[in-house]
Design a protein around this ligand. Sequence first.
Ligand code: SF4
Length: 501
Amino acid sequence: MEGSAKTVYLETMGCQMNVLDSELVLGQLRAQGYTSTDDMTGADVVLFNTCSVRDHAEQKVLSRLGALRKPKLANSDMVIGVIGCMAERDPDGIFAKMPHVDLVCGPGELNKVPALVEEVRSGRSRAIALAQSLSRRSTPLQRALEYDSVEALDLARSPAPDQNVLQSYVRVQRGCDKFCTFCVVPFTRGAERSRPASQIVDEAKMLADRGAREITLLGQTVNSYVNQEHGRPVRFAELLERVSAVDGIDRVRFVTSYPGDFTDDILEAMRDVPEVCEYLHLPVQSGSDAVLGRMRRQYSVGQYIDLIQRARAFVPHLSVASDFIVGFCGETEAEHEASLRLIEQCGFKNIYVFKYSPRPGTVADKRAVDDVPDDVKRRRNADLLAHQERLAIAANQRLIGSTVEVLVEGYSKAALKAQEAEQTRGEEVSWRASDQLVGRTRSDQIVVFPGSPGQIGHFVTVLINAATALTLHGAVVSNAPVANASPRRFADRSLTVLDSG
Ligand code: SF4
């Protein structure tokens, strides 16, 4: 790097995996002397970490790239890059539609981003790194070498001293072998590969040393994690125990689970290991067996319900979030109503609903017809959300009067807005007693309450006095400094009535 420090603007779309990838890419660029900026048009390097799961997400990236045409004309040294799944899926399309893009880099090659930026900067030519490397046609030796390159990104993780690591993601697995007919992930992120358990535990230790209290283990089908160690397989239940044993880690979560692979040893770990939170993200996608079959989801609605019942028998206060796709090829009104019934039966904490959009290269795109009109998809989307909202409000209001353990994350959005306004007016940022903090329960409920800055990063006990579908409101009834708030103490549930899903 020549001259003064260069700035990088990095915008992230999509899933938690992308959030973690962005953190790691920023870390690598910081190590090269870059500082991050919120000023997209004034940055030296602009990167979009993209998602290909829905067409809408890709259109958003194209629109953001379009907004950079003029700034790039005014500053030809600006480096514009598209990284992540969309870069992997359609590099030619990106360059054709957006000729001012300088680099594309797939999700399996992100450790190369600093080198690619320098390649563009020094040669003023396009730089490309795509993971044909992750092709399922590679030889085992090639794949081993390529995996080392993928691993390099996680192994080089080094949070900045001022970075908030209180709640941190740790990748345990890359890629996916399921090939659901609607999904592009196996094509963009390659085959499923689990990281060595010892590396995952070392990363959790490093994060705990820097202040992490909660670790979320990430994988596309996280519960199917398995890695050989000294000639024997380490499976996900054991990994949960080993990460939970790291000193300083009070909570362990994991996303996303694949219902078809969920084994009872994981439920036993959730029951027996106090650090493992009572929360599951378990995407079902549809309440109709016929639709699940067309999606090639490899489980039935009955098996899904049975899994939730079994999970709640092991972990009584378990809360469950799920994902649904509405308007998948051929979805009838009766099949849609089956999804509404499933929501009723499962008592989800919350759901994420997506309108189906065909993704190029997938089986559904090649062999099925996207025949549900958009207005029907929109109506079905709204139906599912409205139904879930009614049920969640009722469930959350039953929590009024109970106490919950909250890990305090920071200021609520309203308090942050007030502070920003003070900053804009050039005033010294003040703290008002009425200002609100926000945190999460073990079961991933968001809790908002009046508090003081000293409580951020600590556990408190909050008495719930109001509730909406997505948020609990309350007042702190006791402060529990982290040093005294080991989960084993909180495992005494007589103190804490945990919210159920
Ligand atoms: S399990 Fe299915 S939906 Fe999930 S990432 Fe794999 S292919 Fe996509």
